[in-house]
Design a protein around this ligand. Structure first.
Ligand SMILES: Cc1cc2nc3c(=O)[nH]c(=O)nc-3n(C[C@H](O)[C@H](O)[C@H](O)COP(=O)(O)OP(=O)(O)OC[C@H]3O[C@@H](n4cnc5c(N)ncnc54)[C@H](O)[C@@H]3O)c2cc1C
Length: 487
């Protein structure tokens, strides 16, 4: 795809990389009236937000991200108004499910009351944990998807701090009687991939966990690609120029451009800016740590997964990790650089909410296992066995499968170093100083050069907020402009 508007040959701004953050930045800069060029290595736009017909013309698989609680909650996407751009978000009845063992299953319904009722004796504890967060969801999202440089309002700190400490130290487990609620929380805490329990895991469990009962965990009708298509169309409609199959290798290409926003990993930044950056900044980028990897497996199946627990058919997302203790043990093994025998698997069955993705006898299943960074493992068999344990007969429904080992994810998207899908390990230190210690982490020591990827706050996920924060900074510093109306 190549599009040219009426922009001059030297644009006001260049965005390198078209993941959701790059596209968010590009949309905001173009809507602010600037002439903007967008360069993308791949032949298609979207980075971690693409879909493809991997096996069959009738069946859409999401290549990377699949489920979008953050897109619903994100102030960037709220300003963008996905619905006005024709994007329909399909909310499953069960936001996420978690089989604990052969008999017990945790279910986080979109409806908080239903979740509490299902949890029985633990229901009221779940309500006390999540209810106040649901009531204050706007402030919580504003804080946790913000640039992480503002202290929380005291009332929000009073809600979050004790909860993060409880979940971040594992105390939550003793608060509940049954294994379902702790497993549900551990399954969400495992999303950022890293040792558990941890404050980062606790914060993630609260952010994503309460969103299940606020905006839900939806899948876009037609696949994640529709988010990318909506952003790209808006960018072009505002005069933006798109250059696909255009890998940027030298920042000197843009010496006349006032602002360059990079949707790249710290390693990508080092390659592009390293030769011109002060030694201290270079060293700091070299010291950024990358987290465990995702070993992706996609299946084409002949029928819905035959879960032992029928309610799991209503969940677009299923966490396969066993009890909370088992989730923690496998995450700690992987964080320590070793393969877990029974790794945590994140699974999406999008047709639970969006029947348009396939046909009754040809359905997409999306999954990845947590593995050590750079692991070359083809995880097809591991993931198949993990599903089979809770859905006997699953193996017989597989029509086709495709694996991308963590070690190979990087050749698909250079930002996924060693298969780390977060852009850099999500540790407390690397969240507060992401990717390096700097008052405004979206700036770099190079004049006019900004970082807008998930390697900056607020971190991974399809929310576009790193793009928004970087665009806001660049607009103010380089052009004396504010964000466009609506943001
Ligand atoms: C398997 C998988 C599953 C995921 N599941 C979810 C999910 O369900 N929900 C969710 O919210 N998040 C999920 N994520 C995470 C989410 O996709 C990322 O956090 C998000 O895409 C980060 O956006 P980004 O714009 O920072 O970077 P990316 O989406 O990684 O995009 C970066 C883009 O920049 C391009 N690029 C890099 N260097 C250059 C260069 N030098 N020149 C030109 N182009 C360049 C790359 O090709 C890429 O297209 C998942 C990720 C993966 C891989």
């Amino acid at each position: 795809m190549d599009s040219s508007g009426d922009s001059p040959d030297v644009p006001d701004a260049v965005v390198v990389g078209s993941g959701p953050n790059g596209l968010a930045a590009a949309v905001l800069l173009a809507r602010a009236g600037l002439a903007v060029d967008l360069h993308e290595t791949a032949a298609e736009l979207g980075g971690g937000a693409r879909s493809a017909r991997l096996f069959d013309a009738d069946v859409v698989h999401d290549v990377c991200s699949a489920v979008h609680p953050m897109a619903v909650a994100s102030p960037f996407f709220q300003g963008f108004d996905l619905a006005a751009h024709g994007v329909e978000l399909c909310r499953p009845e069960v936001a996420y499910g978690h089989p604990v063992d052969e008999r017990r299953t945790g279910l986080a319904y979109a409806d908080l009351d239903r979740t509490c009722a299902r949890l029985g004796a633990d229901g009221e504890r779940w309500r006390r944990l999540m209810g106040p967060l649901v009531e204050h969801t706007a402030e919580i999202v504003d804080l946790l998807l913000g640039d992480l440089r503002r202290p929380p309002r005291p009332s929000i700190a009073a809600l979050l701090v004790p909860r993060i400490l409880a979940l971040g130290t594992g105390v939550d487990e003793v608060l509940f009687r049954g294994p379902e609620a702790p497993a549900l929380l551990a399954g969400v805490a495992a999303h950022p991939m890293g040792p558990l329990p941890s404050l980062v895991g606790g914060g993630t469990a609260l952010l994503l966990g309460h969103l299940a009962h606020a905006g839900g965990w939806p899948v876009p009708r037609g696949g994640t690609q529709v988010l990318t298509d909506a952003l790209a169309a808006d960018f072009v409609a505002h005069g933006g120029r798109v250059h696909t199959s255009s890998r940027v290798t030298d920042l000197r290409e843009f010496t006349k451009t006032r602002a360059v926003l990079l949707d790249v990993s710290p390693r990508g930044l080092l390659e592009l800016a390293g030769p011109f950056a002060p030694p201290g900044y270079r060293r700091a980028l070299e010291n950024v740590r990358y987290g465990p990897g995702a070993a992706k497996v996609d299946f084409l199946v002949s029928e819905p997964i035959p879960w032992r627990e029928p309610e799991l058919a209503k969940a677009a997302t299923v966490h396969i990790g066993g009890t909370a203790a088992q989730v923690r043990a496998s995450e700690n093994t992987v964080a320590g650089g070793r393969r877990a025998e029974e790794p945590y698997v994140l699974l999406a069955q999008p047709m639970a909410a969006d029947p348009s993705r396939g046909l009754p006898h040809k359905q997409p299943i999306w999954a990845y296992a947590h593995v050590p960074n750079g692991d070359p493992l083809d995880a097809t068999d591991v993931v198949r066995r993990r599903i089979e344990r809770f859905a006997p007969g699953f193996s017989d429904t597989i029509l086709a499968s495709r694996a991308i080992p963590a070690a190979e994810l990087e050749s698909y998207n250079a930002n996924y170093v060693g298969g780390d899908i977060s852009g850099a390990a999500v540790t407390l230190r690397q969240l507060l100083a992401r990717p390096v210690v700097r008052w405004n982490p979206h700036t770099t020591p190079l004049r006019g050069v900004y970082l807008c990827s998930s390697a900056t706050p607020p971190g991974p996920g399809v929310h576009g907020m790193a793009g928004l924060h970087a665009a806001k900074t660049a607009l103010r510093r380089e052009f004396g402009l504010a964000l466009p109306a609506g943001w």
